[in-house]
Design a protein around this ligand. Structure first.
Ligand code: ZN
Length: 333
């Protein structure tokens, strides 16, 4: 048994459908022998692969939690060959607070992997997934969206991996997801990510960025639900056919895709998500927050492409990611 103190309140290897919790002991002033109760659903039937589905890795991203609540409610064991482990609210304290990082320890779950069995609550959650749940899984789908500070074109994504056979399996699953855009994603900082931990264990990994602004839309929620069903059908775990949809391939070929603010101020967008931009074109102005009559700072495109992500709040701070430009990519196979 893992040294990690988290225990499921339902069997992870049972047959049928069960709803319970991952119980994380968390002793504190208002609850001496208290716990963090992370909702968990396991749906299993016979032999087959295991899928691990997670939402709210960041607590202010909502498409994943919505899709996973819907699937945990709807999917019946007789539709399943294998096992589906659903955790709609991975960083449960952050989800309850509506914040990106956990209010308990200020840890960003997606920089906490592989975690620590003797660490803070977020580190313990990361460690339980790394050491217990991911090893059980053949396939992991971890949902993200922009949260309160970013907004994305809706895409599912795979990463460039050293193991090209594993990368091809990830890309096939991402294409099965069937989001309007499919991204080969470059990370600013991949150390400590759930993505990296899953990929290093040799698993098929699908992630997403499905919207943002700290809310979901009818359209983005629908993309999330259909995507998870498609990935499960593609893996042979859920009965039925993949519901195919046209998806535009995107690529983030280098660090110059990212554009950062170099001063605080009032954000004046000059292009919107999905717009085509040319190298040198102004993407946004940043007006001074404290006076009128001063020339704004202009942020210009480092390269040709389309605007795939943008800063969401109307005020920016120096260092904020303002824009991400992706390029239309080759179809991966
Ligand atoms: Zn996220």
């Amino acid at each position: 048994m893992s040294a990690n103190p988290i225990r499921p309140t339902i069997p992870l290897d049972g047959q049928g459908k069960a709803h319970g919790f991952l119980r994380l002991p968390y002793s504190r002033n208002d609850s001496a022998w208290g716990s963090v109760m992370i909702p968990l659903t396991v749906i299993a039937n016979g032999d087959g692969p295991t899928a691990l589905l997670t939402g709210a890795n960041h607590g202010d991203e909502y498409e994943g939690p919505i899709a996973l609540q819907q699937l945990a409610w709807e999917i019946e064991p007789q539709q399943v060959s294998g096992r589906v482990i659903i955790v709609p609210y991975l960083n449960y304290p952050a989800f309850r607070a509506g914040t990106r990082v956990s209010p308990i320890d200020q840890v960003n779950m997606n920089r906490a992997f592989p975690g620590r069995p003797d660490g803070t609550p977020s580190q313990k959650i990361a460690n339980y997934f790394n050491d217990v749940l991911v090893p059980m899984a053949d396939l992991v789908l971890d949902y993200h969206s922009g949260g309160k500070t970013l907004d994305f074109l809706p895409y599912a994504a795979a990463h460039y991996l050293d193991d090209k056979d594993q990368q091809a399996k990830c890309v096939a699953a991402v294409q099965a997801f069937g989001a309007p855009y499919t991204m080969m994603m470059l990370e600013i900082d991949s150390v400590g990510m759930f993505d990296t931990a899953v990929e290093e264990q040799g698993k098929v990994f699908v992630t997403t960025e499905l919207g943002g602004g700290g809310t979901a839309t009818a359209r983005s929620a629908e993309i999330a639900i259909r995507g998870a069903r498609n990935v499960l059908c593609h893996a042979g775990i859920l009965a039925g056919e993949v519901e195919t949809a046209d998806s535009i391939m995107l690529d983030m070929p280098g660090d110059d895709c990212f554009h950062f603010a170099t001063r605080d101020g009032l954000l004046h967008p000059l292009v919107d998500l999905g717009d085509e931009v040319k190298s040198g074109q102004a993407l946004a102005r940043i007006w001074p927050p404290d006076r009128s009559g001063v020339e704004p700072v202009e942020v210009t495109a480092n390269r040709d492409g389309i605007l795939a992500a943008r800063h969401f709040p109307g005020l920016v701070q120096s260092g904020d990611c303002l824009a991400v430009i992706a390029v239309t990519g080759e179809k991966q196979g």
